[in-house]
Design a protein around this ligand. Sequence first.
Ligand code: SF4
Length: 429
Amino acid sequence: MLAAMPDSALSPLSAGGPALRDSGDACPGTLRLHRADDGALARVRVPGGVLSADRADALLAAAGRFGDSELHLTSRGNVQLRGLDAECGGGLAELLTAAGLLPSAAHERARNIVASPLAGLDGSPPVSGWLSGLDGLVCGSAAAASLSGRFLFALDDGRGDVDALGADVTLIAAGDSCLLRIGASDEVFRVPGGEGPRAALLAAEAFLRAARESGAWRVKDLPDGVRADLVRTVGAGAGPAVHRPRPRTATPPAPGAHASASAISVDVPLGRLTSSQWRLLTETARRYGNELRLTPWRGIVVPGPFAHDEAVEALRALDAAGLITAPDSPWTGVGACIGRPGCAKSLSDVRAEAGAAVGPVGRLPVYWSGCERRCGHPHGEWIDVVATPDGHRISHVRGERRDPRTTVPTVRNGAPARLAAAVAEARAL
Ligand code: SF4
């Protein structure tokens, strides 16, 4: 049985300290396709996860015309298209540009912005003004074009959900003002609400100057002293400092109806949507708020308003289409990387294994990875299942650190029932 340990006793999830980079990151985009075993892959940035129904149609058209027809949600609320023809880049860019999904070719990989998916829908303040403001500022900044594809902005409506995701620059709503957080610093700076997007951009530009020597891609990769200087520098140009530790764990929107049917939300098994599921979501959005919000937890919020019966009916149809519409679904909290056969690095077909091990809903989310890179893993507290040459290693992770006393011994290959039982036990911790 895994037992909780103090943070000081946990070991880093990935080996190594601050990263020294001597080359650009290889993060895919829409203009830089990544070659995978199942064809080329494009990652389309969707700032805040917000898509109009028309833009959702355009993504579906792109997936059908150039790829495998499916849409894959990422842990940043973006969309990946897979199985693409390696030569499709020009046609794909043309289609996405026409739909408004590629406003600046130079900044396409820098538009990494997550936002609280229920902002403005359940009594919390909207962050849509910050979102359009920040996206416009990023696309207008020559410096921001050199941000790594891994650099992340978060816009939190005050509930702490995306604040917990470990972004590089976070804005948190706080009445008429907002709080600006750099990396994981517990010291945040109060900024007038209307100035939040500009403060966030200035912080990102300050990061780029601070990272010149190390070539760091993210705030957490800066050497400790440089990172502390960055926080001081940004703070000097912002408002007064406030002590506010970053939340350890995020609470994603629960599947179902929210706040008097102001919105409904679904989770997507393993983040993979067929064309008919995507079409149904888009048609539902078009009938109500004309918007989809892709969440960083591989779910989708459909803003209303809905009448009570309409919400029930819409959820019933989405459930029948295979989406998760209630928190007690066995798929709730289960995630996996693409694994075999899509990724050459994978040691196993982790999606199939995750599906075979689906069981009772656990307290903790579980994420299955085909190798130690753990692409797209969750944040906060979760159960890590990694394929190794011998079998699967199961660990309890809190905040990028792993409990070294993995008391579940590696479950050897060829024992699926034992593997499922060990995962269920770890999730119940
Ligand atoms: S975690 Fe490993 S196996 Fe999974 S997609 Fe990433 S590189 Fe491939």
